[in-house]
Design a protein around this ligand. Structure first.
Ligand SMILES: Cc1ncc(COP(=O)(O)O)c(C=O)c1O
Length: 481
């Protein structure tokens, strides 16, 4: 286990010596701002500090070092060329409060990104201000509320229908936006249960929130019928488009009857995974919802690009400045390097890889939740009764011993003992085969020597942690004795 720098500290040991201050700071600052005792900083040499951080970095799991089959989270490789573009000093030295005329180059890039994303999704207008997918969802919910208010229907349309396979952020965003959440069960095919949907659709329905492909990795193949029914009831379709990495270049949600949707730049366009920010999401809408989008809005005028700061129907600002620009430049660079055909290839490859992994894991002994071709991710369930009591969690922990990041487990919630694997498009067949071999070995161990699996991990700096205690009582700060 790596000790902290505080534990390594030796009184008087130094990496840098600062010259003595010419003026005593206590003479310049009001007394109430002065410390009464020196801060407890670690005292180490430069080499101690370098070794400490180098060793700490080597303990990291990352896409750059390991296969990361985390379903739903889409841990895509982030090509370094796009990082280089985002870090270009011409971008990084621009202050966020500079007027639009002084940052025309950056705005043009954002406009090009907007045009590409609208083309890929078949939607009409968008904002790239949200800091993450979940933030874009909340922005969409607030825009929908403003839309119904404008139509004089805000009082009656209070209900948002969400399938039980949805990502937890969907009901959370709907509730935060002041709506009542109605959960509908998926049918035996893992898709929206149309009969149950019909039974809830009425003039109190504001919206159906649907994820496509859904969190079981399946395409909602009844979506045209679903959108017809929802629109007949006067409600809107919100598509959680976080999984667009399976559709980009193949299906345009705008053609499916979707009124509003979000995308996660990190899941689809290869920016680092924000995890609730500081990433970037985009909310995309059809023409009739455009006025309700947040400000500032990017607008092309004769004399160049402008950031429109107000609109009478807009829900207003949802974050500071103009979005997470560095991340957006990264995404723009990714899209520009791929082009239309490239983006289609990425989606196809993501689907192909997920299906190859689905078949490999099935052959290794895991039961697919739905034994049919999937989109970008595949879900399996484990039966501890058949594995001497070995559970999904045990398999995930044992995979760490084999040098793999564990797939997503216990999600979607509707799948008992779920394992959800998403390889993404950049993994080679050999990596997927190696992963499947590890799963096969673990399942064999579960049958012959279950204790090895139940007590894993064995090869990591820390063994099994008390995760409940860690979640309920997180100790995230080192405290001196
Ligand atoms: C289907 C789905 N919806 C919503 C989200 C939330 O996105 P974010 O983590 O950017 O807030 C995710 C995250 O991966 C997701 O997979």
């Amino acid at each position: 286990m790596l000790s902290t720098l505080f534990e390594q500290s030796k009184k008087g040991r130094r990496a840098v010596n600062f010259p003595k201050a010419k003026t005593e700071p206590s003479k310049k600052l009001p007394a109430k701002f002065l410390r009464t005792e020196a801060p407890r900083l670690p005292e180490v040499s430069e080499l101690d500090a370098v070794r400490h951080f180098t060793k700490a970095s080597q303990l990291n799991y990352s896409v750059d070092t390991h296969f990361y089959p985390l379903g739903s989270c889409t841990m895509k490789y982030n090509p370094k060329a796009h990082f280089w573009a985002a870090l270009h000093p011409k971008f990084t030295t621009a202050h966020p409060l500079l007027p639009a005329w002084a940052v025309q180059g950056t705005l043009r890039l954002l406009k090009e990104l907007e045009t590409s994303v609208l083309e890929i999704t078949g939607m009409d207008a968008m904002t790239m201000a949200p800091a993450a997918g979940a933030h874009a969802e909340l922005t969409g919910i607030l825009a929908a509320a403003a839309y119904f208010k404008d139509k004089g229907e805000a009082q009656k349309r209070k209900k948002i229908i969400i399938p039980d396979s949805a990502h937890g952020t969907n009901p959370a965003s709907a509730a935060l936006g002041g709506f009542e959440v109605v959960t509908i069960k998926s049918d035996e095919r893992g898709r929206i249960n149309i009969e149950e949907l019909k039974s809830h659709l009425d003039d109190s329905t504001a919206m159906l929130m649907v994820t496509i492909p859904n969190t079981l990795g399946l395409f909602e193949d009844d979506i045209l019928e679903v959108s017809r029914l929802v629109h007949e009831a006067g409600a809107l379709i919100y598509m959680d488009g976080a999984n667009m990495n399976a559709l980009a270049g193949i299906v345009k949600p705008g053609d499916l009857g979707v009124d509003m949707m979000h995308i996660n730049f990190h899941k689809t366009f290869s920016t680092p995974h924000g995890g609730g920010g500081p990433g970037a999401g985009a909310l995309l809408v059809k023409k009739n919802l455009e006025d309700f989008l947040p400000v500032p809005r990017l607008a092309q005028r004769k004399d160049g690009l402008h950031l429109i700061e107000s609109h009478p129907k807009s829900i207003g600002r949802i974050r500071s400045f103009n979005g997470n620009i560095a991340i957006l430049i990264w995404a723009a660079s990714y899209l520009a390097s791929l082009g239309e055909e490239g983006i289609r290839k990425v989606s196809r490859q993501a689907i192909l890889n997920a299906n190859y992994l689905r078949v490999l894991l099935k052959e290794a002994g895991l039961a697919p939740f739905k034994d049919e071709p999937c989109m970008h991710e595949a879900v399996f369930n484990v039966d501890p009764k058949e594995l001497n009591g070995v559970k999904t969690l045990d398999i995930a922990k044992r995979l760490l011993d084999f040098g793999f990041y564990a797939p997503t487990i216990y999600f979607p919630l509707i799948v008992h003992e779920a394992i959800m694997a998403e390889p993404t498009e950049t993994e080679s067949p050999e990596t997927l085969e190696e992963f499947a071999r590890a799963v096969k070995t673990i399942l064999e161990e579960a049958r012959s020597n279950p204790e090895t699996v139940k007590s894993a991990p064995h090869n990591l700096p820390v063994r099994r942690l008390n995760e409940v205690e860690a979640a309920r009582n997180p100790v995230i700060r080192w405290t001196p004795n």
